[in-house]
Design a binder for this molecule. Structure first.
Ligand SMILES: C[S@@+](CC[C@H](N)C(=O)[O-])C[C@H]1O[C@@H](n2cnc3c(N)ncnc32)[C@H](O)[C@@H]1O
Length: 327
């Protein structure tokens, strides 16, 4: 029954995020009347939302209908360094909600539920609806930030002169790599509308002077000459045919001594790893791609001219998949 009701919790959380409740509680405990006035909401209904979220540990309710933040609720604050606010708003955005509502379409036909319901894929949807793109890019930033320590521990980037992050979002992971290794330079290759958000991220990290920004369509061409090509949460967005096209473009751009570092999930054994297996469902209905097993990664790499060297876990649901040109 808890599984059947799961959507109620995610929607309740999303509405609290949308209203910015956690930020309003940042200064301390507040009454529901005060919160309703500030947010322009219906007080009795807001109370019912907040007490429900307090019952599952997001907020704390006292005997006088005053609410405060729990440790979990702190993570919803937009100014928290590990804020989950953009991810909550991205996962529960209306277009994602609608795509998940059509999961049955994907399961019955193999087609992409988002395309079925939105009439366009999520990439085009976000281009046409920049406010959804802004939330998506912010979610990628906070999630990449939470990946950074694990990735840096799993792989030594200090051996490279030039690291290219392909489809690197607004540069959070590249900034972490360059911050950890002051002698390394970077290339951030992305779609122009996403790249526009990178300078502020790279400036804040103090690495902008070591990064070349390149507008790129990774199906057409990627920048040449890097020692390592990072593909962080890129290939899982695409079915094998498209993922292979991206890898071939990377292979064409690489010197024989360079390597590709795919940072993505590796699907775990039967009856385990719900994190990756539900992310895979997200790829099915939304992005249109898939998560892959070790055997599937190996096959994809071989098909595109690479040899898998190692898979090093880099945190929950993520690994550094290190490959070099074959032959
Ligand atoms: C799931 S996001 C991952 C972003 C970043 N690597 C991270 O993990 O934070 C996938 C990225 O691929 C980019 N992308 C999608 N299609 C692209 C294309 N044709 N050429 C270049 N980048 C593309 C998107 O803009 C997006 O930033």
């Amino acid at each position: 029954m808890g599984i059947a009701r799961g959507y109620q919790r995610s929607q309740a959380l999303a509405v609290a995020a949308e209203l910015g409740i956690a930020d309003l509680l940042g200064g301390g405990r507040r009454t529901v009347g005060d919160l309703a006035t500030t947010t322009g909401t219906d007080e009795p209904s807001l109370y019912r939302l907040l007490r429900a979220l307090a019952s599952i540990g997001v907020f704390h309710e006292d005997d006088e209908r005053r609410f405060s933040l729990t440790d979990m609720g702190e993570l919803l604050r937009r100014d928290h360094p590990q804020s989950v606010d953009p991810a909550v708003r991205m996962f529960c955005a209306d277009y994602q909600w609608r795509a998940w509502g059509e999961l049955s379409h994907s399961v019955r036909t193999g087609g992409n539920a988002a395309v079925h319901t939105l009439g366009t894929d999520v990439w085009e949807h976000r281009r046409r609806n920049p406010q959804d793109g802004v939330v998506f890019d912010a979610a990628m930033r906070t999630m990449a930030d939470s990946y950074a320590d694990g990735v840096l521990a799993a792989h030594d980037f200090g051996t490279y002169d030039l690291v290219a992050d392909i489809g690197g979002g607004t540069g959070t992971m590249l900034a972490a790599v360059l911050d950890a290794h002051p002698a390394v330079r970077g290339i951030l290759a992305e779609q122009p509308e996403v790249l526009a958000g990178a300078p502020v991220v790279l400036d804040a990290a103090g690495v902008a002077d070591r990064v070349t920004l390149v507008e790129c369509d990774f199906f057409a061409e990627v920048p040449k000459g890097a020692d390592a090509y990072v593909l962080l949460r890129v290939l899982h967005d695409w079915v094998d045919e498209d993922a292979a096209r991206i890898l071939r473009r990377v292979r064409e751009a690489m010197d024989p001594s360079a390597r590709v570092l795919i940072i993505d999930a590796v699907v775990g054994p039967p009856n385990e790893d719900p994190l990756t297996k539900f992310l895979d469902m997200m790829m099915l209905v939304s992005a249109g791609g898939r998560e892959r097993t070790e055997a599937e990664w190996t096959a994809l790499l071989e098909e595109t001219g690479f040899r898998l060297e190692s898979i090093v876990p880099a945190g929950p649901g993520r690994a550094v998949i290190d490959a070099v040109p074959a032959g």
